[in-house]
Design a protein around this ligand. Structure first.
Ligand SMILES: *Cc1c(COP(=O)(O)O)cnc(C)c1O
Length: 485
């Protein structure tokens, strides 16, 4: 294991400083006059005492312990860890955007409103929806917003018995969580032997208590639901609506649109498909788009164009209210908008075709060595099963650790749940053939090592800063202080 440097507290020396100030030439005020009683501490806090060089080295070293998309290949399935263009950061940091105050009068923030408006136009065109709210801060937040809009729609019609949301077994974990949070009952729809939603089972489950079908297409298996039009028909005929989990639009931009497939509501993860940074909990963006009959229920405000200018529209009496302070994570929208404009319609389409090409290329290499349960042309990602390797002694989690040792971020493991020992691989369009080849070779090496000595893989990783963590203990009783006692 790479030996961690000494902790900052261990190299601390009494009296050492990172700054030096001139001698004080005004009378020093006693502490009592500077700080009110409740803010004063009885003892001096035991902060480390270091020179500036030592502090810089400490934090720079810490920053190298992380793995990011700027460090190496990051094929974390369902997360779309594509490269985040640095120009996005530059536009978001422009003073006109970065220093705006959210309470500023509209007429002094016309540029920002125009950007929000234009972003909405772009998303509408890409998805086939009537209007968007840019408020939700993440995918799961968008899901909740979307389901609340659906709920408000049914209620407005006096249709009160619709208390169920249908979800396929291949769904992302946030879907059933959101359904419960919105106060609905989850009805799980099985998948067939192709890995696609079982249409007959869906038809049998739909009735007048169905509020919505919630679906990801392509699914988390990376497979396109070919019968989506029939599914939409079945749900609509029963008076239900269709919710599209568009967290990963990466395979379909410019090729097909959720609106054309029959969906009524869609959320998009701009921190996945539209290249804004993610991981580590945010900030993100989960805009929600709806068809015309659902527009009255969207969160307020919407951004409207009036004459030559732009204005916030709060006049939606049936709105579900607000889902985020002010207008959402504005800086993240600026980054995503930059990405949209840098690529343009043709560029986005190219990004999708390259993402699908990369996934299929890598899948064709890896299926020579690893088991591919659903062997069909994939879209943005594919799912392998390490069940055979597990039988030899090292499973999906062990392969993930072995990859970390060899300089790659692992794929998503143990998800989706319908594949045993799942390894879910999403290479994205921003990787070169050389990188994909190197990853495939490494995966082959690991398979060979498992054949030879699975024990050795099970005890890895050997070269990372930390070894195998006790993940349960780390979550249940984290040690957040030093010294820890
Ligand atoms: C990532 C993802 C989500 C959740 O998005 P967050 O921004 O992490 O809340 C939902 N559905 C699918 C299919 C996803 O890949």
């Amino acid at each position: 294991m790479r030996k961690p440097k000494a902790l900052i507290f261990e190299i601390s020396r009494p009296g050492r400083q990172g700054y030096s100030l001139p001698t004080c030439d005004v009378p020093a005020k006693p502490l009592e006059q500077l700080l009110p009683e409740p803010l004063r501490r009885s003892a001096v806090p035991g902060l480390p005492e270091l020179s500036e060089t030592e502090v810089i080295r400490h934090f720079t070293e810490l920053s190298t312990r992380n793995f990011g998309v700027d460090t190496g290949f990051y094929p974390l399935g369902s997360c779309t860890m594509k490269y985040n263009p640095k120009v996005n950061e530059e536009t978001a940091a422009l003073p006109g955007f970065a220093f705006l105050h959210p309470c500023q009068p509209e007429e002094t923030a016309q540029g920002a409103l125009e950007l929000l408006y234009n972003m909405e136009q772009g998303l509408k065109e890409l998805t086939g929806m009537e209007r968007f709210t840019l408020q939700p801060a993440a995918g799961a937040h968008g899901e909740l917003t979307g389901l609340m809009v659906i709920q408000a729609y049914h209620r407005s019609r006096g249709d009160l018995k619709r208390n169920k949301v249908l979800i396929p077994l291949s769904a992302h974990g946030t879907n059933p969580a959101t359904v419960s949070m919105a106060g609905y009952e989850v009805v799980q729809i099985p998948c067939d032997e192709r890995g696609l939603v079982d249409l007959e089972a869906l038809k049998a489950a739909v009735d007048d208590t169905t509020s919505a079908l919630m679906l990801t297409n392509p699914s988390t298996l990376g497979l396109f639901e070919e019968e989506i039009v029939e599914m939409a028909k079945a749900v609509h005929e029963a008076g239900g609506l269709l919710y599209y989990d568009g967290a990963n639009m990466n395979a379909i931009m410019g090729y097909t649109r959720p609106g054309d497939m029959g969906f009524d509501v869609v959320h998009i993860n701009i921190h996945k498909t539209f290249s804004t940074p993610h991981g580590g909990g945010g900030p993100g963006g989960g805009p929600v788009g709806v068809k015309e009959r659902l527009v009255p229920f969207l969160p307020v405000p919407l951004v409207d164009k009036r004459g030559e200018g732009f204005t916030f529209n709060y006049d939606l009496p049936e709105s579900i209210g607000k889902m985020h302070a002010f207008y959402g994570n504005f800086g993240v929208v600026v980054k995503a908008y930059t990405y949209l404009r840098m690529l343009g319609a043709d560029g986005l389409k190219q990004a999708s075709s390259d993402a699908v090409l990369n996934a299929n290329y890598l899948m064709s290499l890896l299926k020579k060595t690893y088991h591919l349960p659903y062997d069909r042309t994939c879209k943005h990602e594919f799912v392998l099963s390490a069940r055979p390797e597990k039988k030899k002694g090292a499973g999906a989690g062990d392969i993930a650790k072995a990859l970390l040792d060899r300089g790659f971020h692992p794929p998503t493991v143990y998800f989706p749940l319908i594949v045993e020992e799942a390894l879910m691989v999403e290479p994205t369009e921003t990787e070169s053939k050389e990188t994909l080849d190197a990853f495939a070779r490494t995966m082959e090496d690991i398979a060979r090592e498992i054949d030879e000595d699975a024990e050795k893989i099970v005890h890895g990783p050997y070269h990372t800063v930390v070894g195998r963590l006790d993940e349960v203990r780390a979550a249940r009783s984290p040690v957040l202080r030093w010294p820890s006692s």
